[in-house]
Design a protein around this ligand. Sequence first.
Ligand code: ADP
Length: 517
Amino acid sequence: VASVRARITASYGVATLGTVVLFSIIVGFERRSSTRERLADEASATASLVGNMILRYGQRVFAADTLAGPRVQIPPNLAQSLDEMPGYVLVDDSANVVFWSRSVRRLGELAAAPAPPDTGALAGTAVSMKLAREAAQRDLDSLKAAAFAIRHSDVARIVRLTTEEVLLVGRIHDPPLANSVRRVVVGVPTRRIDEVTGKLAAITALLAPLLALLSSVAAWQFAGRAFEPVDRMVDDVAAISDGRSLHRRVVLDAESTDEFGRLGRTVNDMIGRLENSFAALRRFTADASHELRTPLTVIRANVERSMNTRDDAHEQAVALEEALQQVSRMTGLVESLLTLARADEGRFEIVREPVPLEPLVREVAETAAILGEEPGISVKLPVMQPVTVLGDVERLRQLLLNLATNAVKYTQRGGTVEISLESRHDEAIVTVKDDGIGIAAADLPFIFERFWRVDRARTRTEGTGAGLGLAISQWIAQAHDGRIDVLSRLGRGSTFAIVLPAAPRDLSSSNTALTNS
Ligand code: ADP
């Protein structure tokens, strides 16, 4: 069970870890997009503010003639205020930059810085400075290009600079704010977006393993408690190591109705069935060897007798005949055992063909009459209704013969045996009734058991059966989906009724036609 426990624990841990990580990924995405929206809003608000300030200055935003031609210019104190704005601020008249804030200006200054004197000792610094200048120029260019590319108000776009990423939002004014100043573009670094997700990732990295560990510990405890009954059951069942300890049972909590309770009860039921069949097997082996030993002893005695009486031919013949009788008794016994063994294994094929019972019953009655001749037992056939069943004619003959010979065997001299065949509803019923010694009510439940016999002293013909006849008979009846009912009273006689399902009408009629022709 330890491995199941470990598996459950591992699954819990992995599931918790997965859930926490998945949850933080979803939250992370949500936070990123909301932070980005907030940044865009902030940039947009700054752009509005800058627009308002320029509008307030109105005509004081003047056009100046420079060497490069007429240019719009921002008065110095407005420029000073605009420099207070956060991020990158660019103001243009849609063709030329009118103002750029300090951070943009810094990029420009860096790009335009004069190259340092090329002394050998400072070569490394010079190279890095050159690289920095180039980077600043590149950044400035991409910033300007992106700003000029903005054609609609409040649509955010991202520009990647060397050291950071910038979210640009523009505001286009039509008519122009003052003196053809049309556009304010504000850029804010996106660093805050990454900061948000970075913080979340850090929390997740710390919390997820902790939660996974906690749930694993809980799962380990829980699984341990849940599987306790199984552990106990394993020990209990392991203690039942051979046929002799089959009386033991798995200890169960009487009220438990859960799966383990049911499993325990099922295991106990199974052990019970095993105990029964082991006991039956032991009994059967003991009985069978006992039954075989008796005739062997008699055979041995008779063979010795015939060897010792070589001179007396008559005595020898009598001894050998007795031995032969025992041999045929043993043969019958072994055959019966084989039949039952095969039946137990389910290896016996029962042929299913229409069998009209009337001829079969008459034939068996004749045999019974022959057997009853010597003790003066009369065999009668009071009721004879034609009926057909589906089955194995040889097995059915054996079944009828068993009951008929028993009836003759267990009836005193001068008694009567009645065999009837009736068709009732969809059943064929063969009744074998005798007025013989009968069976005590206490013995009735056992007569179909193997090797079971009522005290042998009461039998008229001594030492004939081995107590297997009724067991075989019952098996044959059941194999034909039928049964044997018994009514008996001690000293009054017995009635055995074989009840078999009758064959469907169309089958039986065609067969009757066949047998009649
Ligand atoms: P057996 O070979 O001893 O006849 P069976 O299995 O046929 O074995 O019968 C089991 C026992 O049932 C018999 O030993 C006998 O005691 C009892 N029995 C069977 N049939 C009758 C009957 N018709 N009348 C009285 N007892 C019977």
